[in-house]
Write a protein of this length. Sequence first.
Lengths: 370, 323, 333
Amino acid sequence: MIAVGIPTTDVNSETAELIKWYVADRAAVSEEQPLAEVETSKAILDITAPADGFVLHDARVGDQLSLAEPLAFVFASVEELERHVADAQVAVAPSSAERVTEPARRRAAELDVDLDLLLRRSGDLITTAVVEAAADPSPDSEQPLPEPLAAPPGIRRIALIGAGLGATQVLDILRGDEEQRTIAIVDDDPKLWGITVADTPVIGGVQRLLALRAQDAVDAAIIAVGTSVPARVRLREICRQAGLPLANAIDRTARIATGVQFGSGNIVCAFCHFGVGTTVGDNNFISAYNSFDHHSVIGSNIATGPGCMTSGVVKIGDRCRLGTGIFIEPHVELGEGVRVASGATIVASVPPDHTVKTRHTTTVVVPNRQ
Amino acid sequence: MRSLDGTDFLDPRSLAGVAATPGVPDERLAGVPGEPVDERLYRRMRFIRRFEERLLELFDAGILIGTTHACVGQEADSVALMEHLRRDDHVFSNHRCHGHYLAHTGDARGLMAEIMGKPDGVCGGIGGSQHLAAAHFKSNGIQGGIVPAAAGIAFAHQLDGSESISAVFIGDGTLGEGLVYETMNLASLWSLPLLVVVEDNAWAQSTPASVNLAGDIRARFAAFDLAVARIDSTDVREIADAAGRAVDLVRTARAPAVLIIGTYRLCHHSKNDDNRPAAEVQARWELDPLVVHGRRLSDEARGRVDDDVNAAIEELVASLSTP
Amino acid sequence: MIYARALGQALSDALGGDERVVLLGEDIADPYGGAFKVTKGLSTAFPDRVRTTPISEAAIVGVAAGLALAGYRPVVEIMFGDFLGLCFDQIANHIAKYEAMYNGQATCPVIIRTPSGGGRGYGPTHSQSLEKHFLGIPQLKVFAASLVHDPSALLSRALGQAAPVLHIEHKSLYPLEPLARSEVIGTVVDLAGGDAPPTVSIRHVPRESCAATVVAYGYQAEIARRVQARLALEEEIFVELLVPAQLAPLDWEPLEASTAVTASLLTIEEGTSGWSWGTEIAAEMSRRRFGQLRRPVEVLASAPEVIPGARDLERRVLTGEAQIEQAMRRAAG
């Protein structure tokens, strides 16, 4: 029996919708025959059979399918299929979402404790004890918090906000920066205080950062929290109110032509190219090997995947999200909030709040034939 | 078939160093190079006989304890078969394994030491009389249980694609075990190069075959489409002829075969447990294989070989008796 | 993929990776592919080394012994564990003894696989867990498949050493999927066993917060795991579940380490009660932890009766979820 899943090509989607079945339930199918059409937030995919056999539907049209679960099974014979259906042992897989005990849930409600925060903080089971500890946290007295690193005079002192994967990337970019130096990292998860990420200490939470600012011990901040847009918005607001500018982290391999202007809080990864006369707004995350040809206008709060290329005089509006390997012809304008699927080639402008999807057959992995 | 007069016999010295015990088997026991075949055959049977006699004396004297199963009277069977086996053939034997072991390896010291429970015995004193192992030789004391193992070794030869065969010794009493028949069925179906040698000495411990065995022994094997031959003799040359034919058949046809040897045990089953009619036993002494074959030697030769063997065995016992 | 297919794949990899591996068993050849379909496809792929046999358990195992003595790596399938009695002599008096009684001059690395256990209404002679009668045979290792041990890793381990192995596969495991560690709530760790395959520990909270140690194998380990999760999530009753893959000789270290903290031990098996796996563990752990356990070791096993064919009667005899839950509550109490 082979489970047929949805290849997770789309990192921005967590579910896919089953649009239609191409084959009936229990039909005979041959390898690579299309079985179903599913749609993610960025692409329409054909799911094909991994082998010859008989297919058993495991989802209905309209279902929102988790990308981790199969939508069908292929059996080598009808007998096997029937046996599987008849033999349905109560193989209850534990719900992997179940990480909070029932008593803990009730207690959290009583004490008004944010379970999501607790779940994000650690992978352990959330029990009543954990909830009660969170509701009344006694200060973690023993360990004094580390001090920020020293920076030579004349070097801009940068604090990173966020100690996760985003931090390691930004730290690597800044390592090649001759004018800026990361002196500290702050993060709101107290469990991370005191640890070191790439030789840079996590010195406390955002409050500590504001304290540093008040002491004039830091010059600018970079938000290295990648995932949550609301969190980034919140943190930018905090920095703005504290008068703390946001720095740019631009990899030293980036080729920036004459007359290019950058806003603040941008992160630019390796081997990017910004052509003559291009302007870039604020708080953009540009992945490696992006190229924006001459006189392009890149807005703010944009995120791109690696290998995106624009021709000259392209406009990318605020809050656009690009996948990887995207090509944009000259004079094209992407409106605000446009999302583009990986591999798209865009030859005409796209109105705001629209999605450019690609349609392609899925790739499947099969063992070599003996 | 190999000629008994030729010189390419299973030279026990070729097995020296392959077995557990160090050193070369004593020529006086295993065969002097260049001696006539008849002398060699006589010598090797006398070796086994003297070894067993001496062993039983040590038990009677209380120097050895435990149980043992001597093969007095059946020496010709093992000596005859070993004339035709090659180095890579395998022999599996049963509780009455001394003759088979000594004919195969010539290792008197290892066996005596083993039965004495000494660390330089064949199996370090752990196996004892019935559980011996050397290169291409094993024995175990469970009736019938060795037969499928021998078949498995034959199967291994088949998978290897080699010319080797696997031989197993059983007795008439073993034919009560169902496992023998399961194995004959398998060996025949898969055409395994297995030679089953049945030493039919008409008595299973204290029970005569007439009480133990219904029907015919040959027919049992023939029922599985196995090639079966029977020889009733204690003459080592006759038995060797028959053994040679059987070995060649298995080796060339790559199929199982059975050789039934009608023989007789001239000693007790183990110790002090012989209830057979005295007259019957007495009559069989006249067919003692050493006597039958010994007639082919001159008195001088016979006497010389007897002295050789006796001396060698005495030296062995003496050397093992000193602490 | 389900356990039966995963095991079949493991056997296929073993056959493909080592020419000395030979499979013997009744009805294991294609197209039938074995009573539980584990060997499906193998005789087609490896016709010389995957052989179906007559109904001769003793001879099959005996021939495997000979193959092993001659340097091959035979894997024998005994169709039902209930039939192990037919090859007991070969296992106890031959296979398990060769290496030792020949003073190390031979090895006999036979692997005997057998589907065992009840719960399918197959009746008194096709539902038993007879492995208890093989525990403690010197030189013999008894393995038990579970959903938390990778079948391929366990088979490789058996093939990678020279002792004979009896590999018990509860038939209720066959249609289930081995558990991906990521799918199991709680912490799943391998407690390294040195020579032995690791004992898997499953717990939802740190050991210090666990009220009991529960040790189980095979399908009962899976039932125990579900009960353990339910008790944890619904009632915050926390126990540490230990699942060894090698039943005998048993690695005592994980049990010692766990009971040093929990001071309470429960064993679970489907074999009949009395003179069993659990009673051996109880005796040994009571000795090792004498005076330190807060309650006597509890041994949960099936009733010492024939296993009826009728499903509801069978359920009353065999160790089931209800008894496991009650026992776990007592152990944690």
